[in-house]
Design a protein around this ligand. Structure first.
Ligand code: AMP
Length: 115
């Protein structure tokens, strides 16, 4: 059984977060350490530790990450200028929180994809 992270507590409202969207499948909230004017995390409500743990039954929730990303990018006013969606996996990917999350980052030119 995978160990819960702070993100499960955010989903359940047990610790505070700046939640922008929540439904039965996903939750979106502002990153506590924003790297750009808009930096939002969109996560499945149920725990999937890494992309390596994704199962076919997760497809609906994971698809929802993208429809919510589209909606939030529009709401943030960054859709036309553009933005970046990032999902890190494990150590080399730079993953810090082991509950998969889609970073929605924008609001300024983001530069090269990798540095
Ligand atoms: P990653 O490196 O892809 O695992 O990204 C984890 C992200 O979670 C980082 O950008 C952190 O700033 C963010 N983060 C960690 N704890 C919180 C929290 N309590 N609320 C919002 N964002 C958080």
């Amino acid at each position: 059984m995978a160990e819960e992270t702070i993100f499960s507590k955010i989903v359940r409202g047990e610790i505070p977060a700046d939640i922008l969207y929540q439904d039965e499948l996903v939750t979106a909230f502002r990153d506590i350490n924003p790297r750009a004017p808009s930096h939002i995390l969109i996560i499945p409500n149920h725990l999937i530790p890494t992309v390596n743990d994704v199962k076919p039954e997760d497809e609906q929730a994971l698809g929802r990450l993208f429809t919510v990303a589209r909606q939030l990018a529009a709401a943030e006013g960054i859709a036309d200028d553009g933005y970046r969606l990032i999902m890190n996996c494990n150590q080399h990917g730079g993953q810090e929180v082991y509950h998969i999350h889609l970073h929605l980052v924008g609001g300024r030119p983001l530069g090269p994809m990798l540095s």
